[in-house]
Design a protein around this ligand. Structure first.
Ligand code: ATP
Ligand code: MG
Length: 567
């Protein structure tokens, strides 16, 4: 491609709301333009990167035996009613009526549609397993679209769905897909981690996320410093506490604690480790219909993990409860405890089960109970509610957990019959019994990957594409296009590189050298050949974008040197 004929509108201006390098450089480098909040156009360079990622995904899916399909973007709302997800998805699901007043939605994901494709068509266990996927535009009316391509409203997803006649076969396919996803990210040149995940609103068990490691990641991961264990903090587990602090050993009593409301105050007042105090966190749980206040109890040394808490009551969302709401139902903020508590729904953390010598609120102003044995809390729901902290023990080995940030670029999980059962998608098993399909689902954020590459690979000058994602591998830059010999050399090199199958762009624009150089750095071509004054000595320079190293190379050896560098 000749730069003079290309459409690469680079600019010095960053988008007003841009915080992340990928958002800034993809806009400034002329890869994408913003249409409206969460909506982007891919310009020629952006489209090339997107297509490269898609091609790698296609190749790996082919290799794994998955079959590509292309489903209608517009899906009938009835399917969403059948699965029961129309309410669950809430406002992210964009709905509209056609001219005949039929209700449709723009597909935010395609479980329902994919199930409807095999329903009544795949009818026997003999036709299983089958794995269907597509690479397709999705629309989610995200509450807070942000960070450019990272969280758009319209975005490209690879979504795959597998259908099985046994859980063993699903397990096999799940492992195969995990291996394929791993290969895809390796080929893209990304540093990533596969972690245990929460299954979210889609439901199911056995869920893993593929996380590209980057400071700007929206997800916090707990990773072991010794073994392979890693999990999203939303789902991370920890080993039981190994150095339990010394207990105070008081007998059960009601104690006057004037104005002692926080865990810090309490632990100072009684000179006891917060481990032995009980923290009440009250949230309003929002359901499809209605809401209620819930009190989550955890040890004073722990923090509530909101997603775990939300899952424990099956809520769609949790919002902070105001003091007035608590007072209204007769709770006394600062002194709320679980004993004889009938004013509010309780959920207690697993680590408080049968805990002894605890201190908790007495549900009376300025009073706490000490020496509480929580073994008396028989009828209460216990769940894992705690957010693991750095330094907590790994649940699998003797290692310690650390926190790191990740960008979720893929999510795979075992759905079982979550969709096939309500949608009545069934096949006849070996005994002639009608049985719902056992399903797996495998999602990958294709347009998010474009941004993720840049989050992981950039510097203060701009993008640094990996070999597999670069829009062009080599940029040939003619410093002064009035030098005919230089132009002739550049043209010859350009056609040799093209012949060698190395994607090249020839910067033949009548622009200043400095201008072209900053474009090359901003766009991030892996190698830029600079044809300039050194030609007098039959030499050119090759800039390696990743390291910004400049190699001086004999003009006759540039082709072989580039072949070697490109690998
Ligand atoms: P997130 O937690 O980031 O909202 P999700 O759990 O809603 O993601 P899935 O429903 O599992 O995502 O979708 C599969 C993949 O699609 C995600 O792993 C992510 O890479 C991508 N994705 C999801 N939402 C968006 C979005 N708004 N913009 C770009 N990519 C997205
Ligand atoms: Mg989401």
């Amino acid at each position: 491609m000749r730069f003079s004929k290309a459409y690469i509108p680079t600019t010095k201006e960053s988008p007003k709301d841009a915080l992340l390098p990928s958002h800034i450089y993809l806009s400034r480098g002329g890869f994408v333009t913003q249409v409206a909040s969460g909506l982007y156009n891919f310009l020629p360079l952006g489209k090339r990167v997107l297509r490269k990622i898609e091609t790698i995904i296609n190749e790996e899916m082919d290799r794994a035996g998955a079959l590509e399909v292309d489903l209608s973007f517009v899906t009938p709302a009835e399917l969403w009613q059948e699965s029961g997800r129309i309410e669950k998805f809430g406002k992210e699901l964009l709905r509209f009526h056609d001219r005949k007043d039929n209700l449709f939605v723009l597909g935010p994901t395609h479980e329902e549609m994919m199930v409807s494709i095999v329903r009544n068509r795949v009818t026997s266990y003999k036709q299983l397993p089958i794995n269907l996927y597509q690479i397709k535009t999705k629309f989610r009316d995200e509450a807070r679209p942000r960070f450019g391509l990272m969280r758009g409203r319209e975005f490209v997803m690879k979504d795959g769905y597998s259908f099985h006649s046994s859980t063993e076969d699903l397990d096999r396919e799940f492992d195969a897909m995990e291996a394929s996803y791993k290969r895809i990210l390796e080929r893209l040149g990304l540093d990533f981690r596969i972690v245990e995940a929460d299954s979210g609103a889609i439901g199911g068990t056995g869920s893993k996320e593929l996380m590209v490691l980057a400071q700007s990641g929206e997800d916090t991961l707990a990773v072991c410093d010794t073994c392979e264990y890693g999990a999203n903090v939303e789902a991370a587990r920890r080993a039981p506490c190994s150095n339990i602090p010394e207990a105070h050993g008081a007998d059960f009593a009601r104690f006057k604690t004037p104005n002692v409301k926080s865990i810090d105050d309490l632990s100072q007042f009684f000179k006891v480790d917060p481990y032995y105090t009980l923290k009440a966190v009250i949230k309003r749980a929002m359901y499809i219909e209605g809401s209620e206040l819930v009190c989550f109890f955890i040890r004073g040394c722990d923090e509530l993990q909101e997603v775990k808490a939300r899952n424990s009551v099956g809520a769609i969302d949790l919002v902070d409860a105001g003091e007035a709401e608590l007072v209204e139902i007769g709770l006394i903020p600062g002194f709320i405890g679980p004993l004889d508590q009938d004013k509010i729904r309780l959920v207690m953390d697993n680590d408080t089960k049968n805990a002894t010598t605890m201190i908790c609120g007495a549900n009376e102003l300025d009073y706490h109970f000490v020496g509480v044995d929580l073994g008396v809390m028989n009828d209460v729901v216990f769940a894992d509610l705690v957010e693991v902290q750095e330094g907590d023990g790994c649940p699998h080995c003797n290692g310690k957990l650390l926190h790191t940030k990740g960008i979720e670029v893929g999510h795979i999980f075992k759905l079982g019959t979550t969709y096939s059962a309500p949608l009545r998608a069934e096949y006849l098993d070996e005994n002639g019994r009608s049985t719902p399909f056992i399903m797996g689902t495998y999602g990958m954020g294709v347009s998010r990957l474009v941004a993720a590459v840049i989050e992981q690979h950039h510097d203060e000058k701009g993008c640094i594409w990996t070999s597999a994602t670069a829009p062009y591998m080599v940029d040939i830059m003619i410093s002064n296009i009035k030098e005919e010999a230089h132009v002739a050399y550049a043209e010859a090199l350009y056609s040799s590189l093209e012949k060698a199958g190395i994607e090249t762009i020839l910067d033949d624009r009548k622009e200043r050298f400095g201008f072209k150089m900053s474009d090359a750095e901003l766009i991030g071509f892996p190698f830029t050949v600079i044809i300039g004054k050194e030609m007098e000595n039959n030499q050119v320079q090759i800039m390696i974008r990743n390291t910004r190293e400049m190699l001086t190379v004999n003009a006759n050896e540039v082709l072989s040197k580039l072949k070697e560098l490109v690998g």
